[in-house]
Design a protein around this ligand. Structure first.
Ligand code: COA
Length: 337
């Protein structure tokens, strides 16, 4: 909850990966009763990427991770820890160990962190704690999700929103500190607003000698769009204000605003509430839709790659989503000498 450091945390490099296959709004209109006009005006989304069946989330996470490792001029064996933020892992026991093997990071511990669209920001803060206590030097933080495999493609109220992707960042111990403050929140009483629930099949319940044996399966992603919208537009500006206060900054100090890419209208409403000019807000939602835990690191990588972020820039990053969870961190970009 604070921004005081014993050791500095530096974002060394980033990477991203999205599938080649793009599904446009026009194509979706042939699957469900919708239109490009409806989707564009209500969400800002024009297309989303979908992972083909022969590829897994690990393929995407691996490509994003290797790009971040290469750009940071590291070797996989330099990594001490891998945190994989995902809610669509291919193994409920955790997919981070598969990523560790895929990139050959033989000295790294690895674990999954499940917090839906807030997953990357919570993972980034988790990584910073390991660095600030002096435990680890190089941490790979990955946000990867393939919600195309968890949505009901006949439900027009949800399938239009989500896409697949992965983004990665290397967080490194440094004498300078980039991470000025953070704020994380959860409102579990509203968990039913956005969920992928596990349900027991009644016909699969067998009682043997009073022991209940049962088996079930996950349902499709379910969402109350209106409530999630209201939640994001009310909580995210407040979280950003609190985080700025912790860092002794004001909204005028913000150079760039990188929000979880859920809906263009949400992004604009948050910026407007905070009186942040729209040209400081990073948006790529038209190309990828909502890629859940991947959306923030994909956007961060785009702005780094385009050279938009300059030394000393204040970058506000905020995520929000299922849980309900939300979180903000303030970063001051420091180029290393
Ligand atoms: N195409 C055409 N019509 C659609 C549609 C689609 N894809 N989806 C819903 N509709 C219809 C509804 O059936 C409804 O019709 P009705 O008035 O005849 O009942 C009408 O459009 C309005 O639906 P509503 O759900 O009120 O729309 P909305 O303005 O709230 O927009 C969302 C829906 C999902 C775009 C919006 O609520 C949203 O973006 N919420 C936040 C979701 C989000 O970001 N989730 C992830 C957070 S991490």
């Amino acid at each position: 909850m604070i921004g005081y450091n014993t050791l500095g945390v530096h974002i060394l490099s980033t990477g991203s990966a999205v599938p080649d296959l793009s599904i446009t709004n026009e194509t979706l209109s042939t699957l469900v009763n919708t239109s490009d006009k409806w989707i564009s005006t209500r969400t800002g989304i024009k297309e989303r990427r979908v992972l083909p069946k022969e590829q897994s989330i690990i393929d995407l996470a691996k490509n994003a991770s290797l790009e971040a490792i290469n750009r940071g001029l590291l070797e996989p064996n330099d990594l001490d820890l891998i945190i994989l933020a995902t809610s669509s892992q291919n193994d409920l026991f955790g997919s981070a160990s598969q990523l560790q093997a895929a990139i050959g990071a033989n000295h790294a511990a690895a674990f999954d962190l499940t917090a839906a669209c807030s997953g990357f920001i919570i993972s980034l803060i988790t990584a910073s704690q390991f660095i600030q206590t002096g435990s680890y030097k190089n941490i790979l933080v990955v946000g990867a999700d393939i919600l195309s495999r968890w949505v009901d493609w006949s439900d027009r109220s949800t399938c239009i929103l989500f896409g697949d992707g992965a983004g990665a960042a290397i967080v490194q111990k440094n004498y300078k500190n980039d991470l000025l403050s953070f704020k994380l929140n959860t409102k579990g009483s509203q968990a039913n607003q956005l969920s992928i629930l596990y349900k027991i099949n009644k016909q699969n319940i067998k009682i043997h000698k009073s022991i209940p044996f049962m088996h079930g399966q996950y349902e499709y992603l379910k969402m109350n769009g209106k409530e999630v919208y209201k939640f994001a537009v009310s909580q995210v500006p407040q979280s950003i204000q609190e985080c700025l206060k912790l860092a002794n900054l004001s909204t005028n100090d913000i150079s760039w605003l990188i929000l979880h890419q859920a809906n263009q209208r949400i992004l604009e409403a948050v910026a407007e509430k905070l009186s942040i000019p729209q040209d400081k807000m990073i948006s790529n939602i038209s190309k990828y839709g909502n890629t859940s835990a991947a959306s923030i690191p994909i956007a961060l990588h785009e702005v780094f790659k385009q050279g938009k972020i300059c030394n000393g820039d204040i970058v506000v990053i905020a995520g929000f989503g299922a849980g309900l969870t939300w979180g903000t961190t303030i970063i001051q970009w420091n180029a290393l000498e």
